[in-house]
Design a protein around this ligand. Sequence first.
Ligand SMILES: *[C@@H]1O[C@H](CO)[C@@H](O)[C@H](O)[C@H]1NC(C)=O
Ligand SMILES: *[C@@H]1O[C@H](CO)[C@@H](O)[C@H](O)[C@H]1NC(C)=O
Ligand SMILES: *[C@@H]1O[C@H](CO)[C@@H](O)[C@H](O)[C@H]1NC(C)=O
Ligand SMILES: *[C@@H]1O[C@H](CO)[C@@H](O)[C@H](O)[C@H]1NC(C)=O
Length: 683
Amino acid sequence: METFVFVWLLLIFFTHLASSLTQDFSFIGFKKASPNLIMSGVTEIASTGAIRLTTDTSRVIGHAFYSLPIRFKPPGQNRALSFSTSFVIAMVPEYVTLGGHGLAFTITPTPNLQGSLSSQYLGILNSSRANVSSHFFAVEFDTVKDLEFEDINDNHVGIDINSLESSASTPAAYFLPNSTKKELFLDSGRVIQAWIDYDSNKKRLDIKLSPLSEKPKLSLLSYNIDLSSVFGDEMYVGFSASTGLLASSHYILGWNFNMSGESLSLSLPSLPRVPRPLKKKKSPGLILGVSLSCSLLVIAGLVAAVMFGIKKVKDEDRVEEWELDFGPHRFSYRELKKATNGFADKELLGSGGFGKVYKGKLPDSEEFVAVKRISHESRQGVREFMSEVSSIGHLRHRNLVQLLGWCRRRQDLLLVYDFMPNGSLDMYLFGETPKVILTWDQRFKIIKGVASALLYLHEGWEQTVIHRDIKAANVLLDGDMNGRVGDFGLAKLYEHGSNPGATRVVGTFGYLAPELTKSGKLTTSTDVYAFGALLLEVACGRRPIETNALPEELVMVDWVWSRWQSGDIRDVVDRRLNSEYDEDEVVMVIKLGLLCSNNSPEVRPTMRQVVMYLEKQFPSPEVVPAPDFLDANDSMCLDDGSGNINAGEFEDFVDSARFYSGPNPTTSSYIFSFGGKAKTDGR
Ligand SMILES: *[C@@H]1O[C@H](CO)[C@@H](O)[C@H](O)[C@H]1NC(C)=O
Ligand SMILES: *[C@@H]1O[C@H](CO)[C@@H](O)[C@H](O)[C@H]1NC(C)=O
Ligand SMILES: *[C@@H]1O[C@H](CO)[C@@H](O)[C@H](O)[C@H]1NC(C)=O
Ligand SMILES: *[C@@H]1O[C@H](CO)[C@@H](O)[C@H](O)[C@H]1NC(C)=O
């Protein structure tokens, strides 16, 4: 009997010892100020007991790590041990189906991820590339598709090793007990359990998801990898999340972690509930104190109050129910008015086809922004405006001017963009007195940036986006002189593969593909045509149609082509470059410019091919077919101002010519090449 008690005690003792040596923990909900968690960024414990990694505020990050490091390798051995974890997440988007950016289960050498960025960087990394010495491992639950990291879609699970470009990824889904696979929407606000198991013998990582308590038998993602080189001896485990232009509240409701066996599944009903969405803070009202002792003051006070009230009503932003379904952050009108000093002329950056653009400084963040105010008279109505907002709100690429948000107040429609400190490309190429002459390297970088942005618009997203107004004035330069494509005011979306059909001709004269002016048929190839004009402009430093030029130089494409044929292509290169350029690159750009400017859409390359040429993955094409000459039979002369236009179908054309925002081509005759088949001419 005594022996039995002794053995029993011994057993308890060893079990206890073993469990204090084994590294496992379990959180069923979380306590405020828990010593077991290290939190940073905007992370807090919500009142229900869930970790709120981020609120649905734009561009914030949040981290929560287990406070003790975990030993991932046995002492003296360079072999990663098995681990197993299960946790329950919920992502509640700001607007239904529009949330971002996602969260990641993260294993890093330090819980202090200082210098990491929001948006696509998920609060884990920044734009300086991570590498093998980063010892960074994450499983991302990503709700935004980023081209930069080659994301597969906007609802995926990925394994990230020393990079946010996932080593393996798959659309979020789960398996029913009978092995049926079901789709799962991460940012639906739904509670989702995830299991991550690493088997150090099989060297395999398995990831499972489910909206239920039971662990599915089948893995959603299995990946063979030896984590020995990825892990250091001791690492911190936890979660990181970020928001971008699109925002979700990211929650962790429970978390089991185990180094000594399979992590227990969490029972969903036992977990804290997902907090209700936070009420957005209202700007504090002004309280007017009125002295009753003096009737005069009362009257004055009343008058002031009424006037204040009127002003308030006037400034009130109107939000209709349907607007909430649309994209990104909504700014208040007051905020934007304050940011731009009441839309002062001093802050005017430019006037485009659809309205004026002001420079502003947001009162809260002190961030500089560009505010595009779409004028009342504009034909672009509310619907188009909202479609612009909702479409470009989803687009993100490092060579696009990022839309930060929007605002609507009666007839005033406002879009807020990232401010581009270096202005637009046309000012450098053909401003009267450009501040700086762009070097060839700068020009080539800008071209490559614009090409990759266009490729993204054409192919990188679930819908094809045709920009419709590619021109130097719509290429903006950021602080590092990267080219960024702006002004999607004319962007027209259509589903991949479907026929966009004929639409009104919009765009800018000189960049309009001939088939567009003829049939109004929009294709990605019409953007390629405009891009061709841009390529030639950048190489030659002049406009597509130079009204002040000699007659034979009037139309740039024809002039470049004639020089190309006579073999003195150096003549067309911008003189201001002082012959300092890489000749192979310049020749390639001119060739590509001619190819893209071909009157026949079939001859033009796709943006994918263009990018490959520019990245020198393809040798540039040997043969350049004639872009088709401008001659009396297939050209038209439009006399702007005199009304000498012979058919109603050209009304749109004249309208679009008016959109031309450059200082010069207004009153003289416009000529454009029209119709005609491409003559193929080997060279
Ligand atoms: C990027 O992150 C690394 C590692 O966290 C940090 O050392 C570096 O300072 C960060 N860079 C910037 C520009 O914040
Ligand atoms: C990895 O990146 C760090 C800083 O980002 C750098 O100091 C180091 O040289 C890089 N190592 C390798 C092998 O590229
Ligand atoms: C699996 O189960 C689900 C629901 O329980 C059912 O809808 C589905 O038809 C089943 N599939 C198969 C292949 O049995
Ligand atoms: C860890 O695994 C051991 C062995 O399977 C098990 O007894 C323990 O309950 C697990 N702990 C957690 C938190 O999952």
